[in-house]
Design a protein around this ligand. Structure first.
Ligand code: URA
Length: 431
């Protein structure tokens, strides 16, 4: 077998065998296949697709590229959630603490920013000292002691995804159903949780632009999860507009802390409560969706789960003081305001454009290993449906001068004012 034959097969629309997929994953993970050949294969997969069998084989061999965690010696019901990628999506930072406070064990493996979307690992690294790479023992110990740990892919757990994810981010090979499904499910299967809830984003700022595509992705991931005995559900949620108000790593940490203090934006609070309630039902800690939903909203309102966030930050080497003084994360960053040029109602805040604007400011990578600027981004002052007057502040851009002109022009044209408030549906489907 040779990598060139495998690339040529996929380039020519042929189906790859399990052995060929395993050969690629094994040798790429070991560093025996260079990035340029892996990129060529990813692009061929991106363009010509994979069938479900190929995708399942890809997910399982990516899972098996490292340790597959057995969490049976960690007491409690282990749960995990994963988003397919969005703009302003800081759900994991809120959901982890509120579910751990509710008595579940949140064993979560996340990723970095991908394309125009942000990633939980980059957000957590905005907290000074925070370590996202834990050993298996550290991960299990933390789950046992505080019921919450969030880690990235390591050289030992899902190492194939660690490499392929970073390569897709800088080679325009992200928004492909098989590549997304295998990336997400390899992590979910390797990190050992029993119950999983997938947040499949739909809309301009998502990789799946419509409900039909998102449904196909959700069903494929559920099939992979169920084939390995997981209790797995998917919720399709809107990503035409960013979730919450903040876009950018430090800014999103600050908004997540505010949400855990009962001061979160309504859309973020609602999505966290819906996904969390599904996990409380799946793990049988609650039997009624409404009771579970209201309980989680109450936890966010009252601020009682902040202590879980503080414990996780401390356990993973970060400075928990940022919970009392989150604004220190923005020390030294510059601000620029964007104003409404007409009066009316906000018709659109285009998530894709706003994600790209954040990338111009330095929040995302263009090549592997790029250092990102953690404190840059955008905070919206208006959401879709809000009334505005000409001259009102629409958003504040946080920047270090890099990409400011481009970002400002994009933000100005991404926020569209119309004559009447549009109708929106935040939760599109439960599968
Ligand atoms: N999240 C992942 O982990 N992988 C993807 O491909 C997309 C979102």
């Amino acid at each position: 077998m040779h990598i060139l034959e495998i690339i040529a097969k996929k380039r020519d629309h042929q189906v790859l065998t399990k052995a060929e997929i395993e050969y690629f994953i094994d040798n790429y993970t070991k560093g025996l296949i260079p990035d340029y050949q892996a990129s060529a294969l990813l692009m061929a997969i991106y363009i010509n697709g994979m069938n479900d069998e190929e995708t399942i084989n890809l997910a399982l061999s990516m899972r098996d590229s490292g340790d597959v965690l057995d969490l049976s010696d960690v007491p409690g019901i282990k749960v995990d959630k994963h988003s397919t990628g969005g703009v302003g999506d800081k759900v994991s930072l809120v959901l982890g603490p509120i579910l751990a406070y509710s008595g579940l064990v949140v064993a979560k493996m996340s990723g970095r920013g991908l394309g125009h979307t942000g990633g939980t690992i980059d957000k957590l690294e905005a907290i000074p000292g925070f370590r996202t790479s834990l050993s298996v023992d550290e991960f299990k110990q933390q789950l046992t002691s505080i019921g919450l740990a969030i880690i990235g892919q390591t050289g030992h757990i899902a190492p194939a995804d660690k490499k392929i994810y970073a390569l897709r981010d800088v080679s325009e090979t992200v928004s492909n159903r098989s590549l997304i499904a295998s990336s997400i499910m390899s992590k979910k299967l390797a990190s050992g949780a029993d119950c999983i809830c997938l947040d499949v984003k739909v809309g301009s700022g998502a990789f799946m632009k419509n409900v039909s595509e998102a449904t196909k992705l959700a069903k494929l991931m559920i099939r992979i999860g169920q084939s390995q005995g997981k209790n797995i559900k998917a919720i399709l949620t809107d990503m035409d507009e960013p979730l919450g108000l903040a876009i950018g790593n430090s800014l999103e940490v600050i908004e997540a802390i505010a949400t855990l203090k009962g001061q979160g934006p309504e859309d973020l609070v609602h999505v966290c409560a819906v996904i969390g309630a599904q996990l409380l039902l799946a793990s049988q800690l609650e039997v009624s969706f409404n009771v579970a939903y209201n309980k989680l909203r109450q936890i966010m309102d009252s601020g009682v789960a902040l202590d879980k966030l503080s414990q996780m930050i401390k356990a993973q080497g970060g400075d928990p003081e940022i919970i009392s003084h989150p604004q220190v994360l923005l020390k030294g960053v510059l601000k620029e305001e964007v104003f409404a040029q007409s009066s009316g109602y906000i018709k659109k805040t285009d998530a894709l454009s706003l994600g790209n604007a954040a990338k111009y400011l330095g929040a995302g990578r263009e090549t592997i290993g790029d250092k990102i600027l953690l404190d840059v981004g955008i905070v919206l002052n208006k959401k879709v449906g809000d009334q505005v007057k000409q001259g009102d502040s629409l958003a504040v851009i946080y920047h270090h001068n890099k990409g400011l002109l481009e970002a400002k022009a994009i933000v100005q044209s991404a926020i569209i004012v119309g004559n009447k408030p549009p109708k929106q549906k935040l939760i599109k489907k439960v599968i």
